[in-house]
Design a protein around this ligand. Structure first.
Ligand SMILES: Nc1nc2c(ncn2[C@@H]2O[C@H](COP(=O)(O)OP(=O)(O)O)[C@@H](O)[C@H]2O)c(=O)[nH]1
Ligand SMILES: [Mg+2]
Length: 244
C-alpha cells in the first residue's frame, strides 16, 4: 500500500556524506512514510550506497536514477512528480546531508495537516537564540542578503526561500506547476514559490521555523553560484512577475 507521505532526497555524489542509519531508522520509526532518493547521475559510490539503503526496506525506499547530472532543481522536480505518480498525496524534499534532520519532514507534514488550505510548508532557518540553527557567518549574511532580494522579487514577505526542506500537498494544480522544468538550477525554490503563488495564492504558502538546521559542510555551492544569483533572480522575476 502506498504511504501517505513521501520524502524525496536529491543526491549528487553524496557517498561521503550519506548517513545510512539515519534513513533506515527513520523509515522504521514512521510506517506511513516512504523515501525516494533521486540519484542525479552520481559518479562516486552513491548508487551502491543508495541501493544498500533501499534493500533494507524495498517496498518503502526507492531510488530514481537519472542517467546524467542535471542539477538539484530537476532532481527534486522529478522526485516530486514520482511521488505524485505513485499516489502520495503529500511529499517533502530534504537535502541528503541532513542539515535539516529527517524529523523536519514530520514537522512540515504536521504544518500541512493542521491547515487543510495550505499547500506548501516552507522550512525556514530563523536564527533565534537557544535554537540549533548553525551555518558559517559568511553563509548566514550572504543568505540574508539573498533572502531579502528573493522576498522583493517574489513580492512576498518570505524570510528564507533556500532552506532545502519543504513539504507540498500534491493536489492537481500543484502537480501541474511541476510539469515544466525550472529555469534555475539552484534557485528553483524561488521559482516553485512563484509558480504556487500564481496558481494557488500566497495564502496557501506558509513558512515553518525549524528548530534544527546545521550546516554539514561539503557544500556543492560555489562562489560562481553566488555571483550568478542576482541574474537568476532577475530572470525568475521577469518570468513570474509579482503583482504590483
Ligand atoms: N540532484 C542534484 N543534487 C545536487 C546537486 N548538487 C547538489 N545536490 C544536492 O542538493 C542538496 C544540497 O546540496 P549541498 O551541497 O548540501 O548544498 P547547500 O547545503 O545548499 O550548500 C544535496 O542533497 C545534494 O546532494 C546536483 O548537481 N544535482
Ligand atoms: Mg548542505
Amino acid at each position: 500500500m502506498t504511504a501517505s507521505y513521501q520524502v524525496v532526497v536529491p543526491c549528487f555524489n553524496e557517498a561521503r556524506r550519506l548517513d545510512d542509519r539515519a534513513f533506515t531508522d527513520f523509515i522504521a520509526a514512521h510506517p506511513d512514510v516512504d523515501l525516494c532518493f533521486v540519484d542525479d547521475g552520481s559518479t562516486d559510490d552513491t548508487p551502491a550506497r543508495l541501493a544498500a539503503i533501499a534493500a533494507s526496506a524495498p517496498a518503502r525506499i526507492s531510488v530514481l536514477r537519472l542517467p546524467q547530472n542535471t542539477g538539484k532543481a530537476e532532481a527534486v522536480r522529478r522526485g516530486l512528480l514520482e511521488a505524485a505518480a505513485t499516489g502520495h498525496p503529500i511529499a517533502a524534499y530534504l537535502d541528503a546531508d541532513l542539515a535539516a534532520p529527517l524529523d523536519t519532514a514530520m514537522l512540515l507534514r504536521d504544518a500541512l495537516a493542521e491547515r487543510p488550505g495550505l499547500v506548501l510548508a516552507i522550512g525556514s532557518r530563523v536564527k533565534l537564540m537557544g535554537w540549533r540553527i548553525s551555518r558559517s557567518e559568511r553563509r548566514h549574511y550572504l543568505g540574508r542578503v539573498f533572502a531579502t532580494c528573493a522576498s522583493l522579487a517574489l513580492g512576498l514577505p518570505i524570510y528564507d526561500t533556500q532552506c532545502g526542506a519543504k513539504a507540498l500537498r500534491l493536489t492537481g494544480p500543484v502537480v501541474a506547476t511541476l510539469q515544466a522544468p525550472f529555469l534555475s538550477r539552484w534557485l528553483f525554490d524561488v521559482e516553485l514559490i512563484a509558480r504556487l503563488r500564481d496558481v494557488v495564492g500566497a495564502e496557501a504558502l506558509r513558512e515553518v521555523p525549524l528548530p534544527v538546521w546545521e550546516d554539514a559542510g561539503g557544500s556543492s555551492l560555489r562562489w560562481m553560484d553566488f555571483l550568478k544569483a542576482p541574474l537568476e533572480l532577475w530572470r525568475i522575476r521577469r518570468r513570474y512577475p509579482a503583482e504590483p
